[in-house]
Write a protein that binds this ligand. Structure first.
Ligand SMILES: C[S@@+](CC[C@H](N)C(=O)[O-])C[C@H]1O[C@@H](n2cnc3c(N)ncnc32)[C@H](O)[C@@H]1O
Length: 327
């Protein structure tokens, strides 16, 4: 059991994003979100066994692998996700050899991992545990943790800047749906495809063509106006980018390619909508985090602590949670 459905995460990771924040980072997580993980992985002794849960395309597992290489430390890294993941699509250039240091497992539920008891010294998760059914997940993770092993999770907070940004982006996605930008663009491109210069001239005088052009311009103007007013316009820019790429594709490669480009745009927006809706559902209040502590206590981990993770000047990023098996 988990929040959302595996299909929307399948689509999201197949698109080739590396992190769960879509295009927010040029490469992997940056700032405090990266630093906390580098610090944690740096402290691991040689030979430690690490499991990154709900890994997506492996952002945190890759930080573990990079840290280990930098310190010339051997880590045995496994990374699991319920979705079908594609780290090879998300990683480029100099980071590519790091993939050899990680054992990725698609379609692996954190509530039923298949690992034997006492398998791991550190279990990591970034925007991870909160997406799964908490009690079965905690029970399973406790089972596969070695004596003195630790869990560290960065978790979404209902008060974080990420949640505030997500709310704005979800509004933008509603606006895109309302504008029917991709449908209008498709209607117009179908009309002007494969027309000679004379036919295009004739089209310009046809009321139906004029109507379709005006409808498309109106949709594009609505999106452009929202971009100007928004502090987080990336999703809207992405949508307009797909429309202009479709125009180019029509000129260079024909109608099928142009329509494909629009379909890709719509799929990318849909994948983002799924991700953002799941995020909103996954975010934890202080009460939720205290409840997590009680669950750990129930399953025998006595060492549980949490704090907030902040980034300057952005503000609150989320919760940072530690748990340790003492016996
Ligand atoms: C927000 S993403 C985080 C991915 C990655 N940790 C990152 O920060 O880029 C949450 C991930 O949890 C996965 N997930 C949800 N429920 C799960 C479960 N029960 N077992 C394993 N993975 C799960 C989803 O497929 C998704 O890839």
């Amino acid at each position: 059991m988990s929040i959302g459905n595996a299909d929307s995460w399948d689509r999201y990771w197949a698109h080739g994003f590396l992190t769960s924040c879509a295009d927010a980072f040029a490469g992997n997580y940056e700032g405090s979100m990266r630093t906390v993980w580098e610090k944690r992985f740096s402290a691991l002794p040689d030979g430690s066994r690490v499991l990154d849960i709900c890994t997506g395309n492996g952002a945190i597992a890759l930080i573990a692998a990079a840290t280990a290489r930098r310190l010339d430390c051997k880590l045995l890294i496994h990374a699991i996700d319920l979705a079908d993941i594609h780290p090879e699509r998300a990683v480029h250039d100099e980071a590519r050899p790091l993939l050899d240091d990680i054992n990725f497992h698609s379609r692996t539920d954190v509530c039923e991992t298949g690992f034997t008891n006492d398998s791991f010294d550190l279990i990591s998760g970034h925007f991870a545990l909160e997406y799964a059914d908490r009690e079965p997940a905690v029970r399973e993770l406790v089972r596969i943790t070695a004596e003195n092993g630790e869990h560290m999770f960065v978790m979404h907070s209902t008060e974080s800047v990420i949640l505030k940004t997500a709310a704005v982006e979800l509004e933008h996605i509603d606006l895109l749906h309302g504008s029917a930008l991709f449908e209008r663009a498709g209607d117009f491109l179908r009309l002007v495809a494969n027309k000679s210069a004379e036919e295009k001239e004739a089209l310009a005088k046809m009321p139906e063509a004029e109507e379709r052009r005006t409808a498309l311009n109106r949709a594009a103007a609505l999106v452009s106006a929202a971009i100007k007013q928004s502090a987080h316009p990336e999703i809207l820019r992405t949508a307009l980018g797909h429309v202009s790429a479709a125009y180019k594709a029509l000129a260079n490669e024909g109608l099928d390619k142009a329509l494909q480009q629009l379909q890709q745009g719509a799929a990318e927006i849909a994948a983002n909508a799924g991700r953002l809706a799941d995020l909103r559902q996954a975010a934890s209040t202080l009460q939720d985090i205290k409840h997590l502590g009680e669950l750990y206590a129930k399953y025998g981990f006595v060492d549980f602590s949490f704090d907030v993770l902040k980034e300057e000047p952005a503000g609150l990023i989320g919760w940072i949670v530690h748990a340790r098996r003492t016996g």
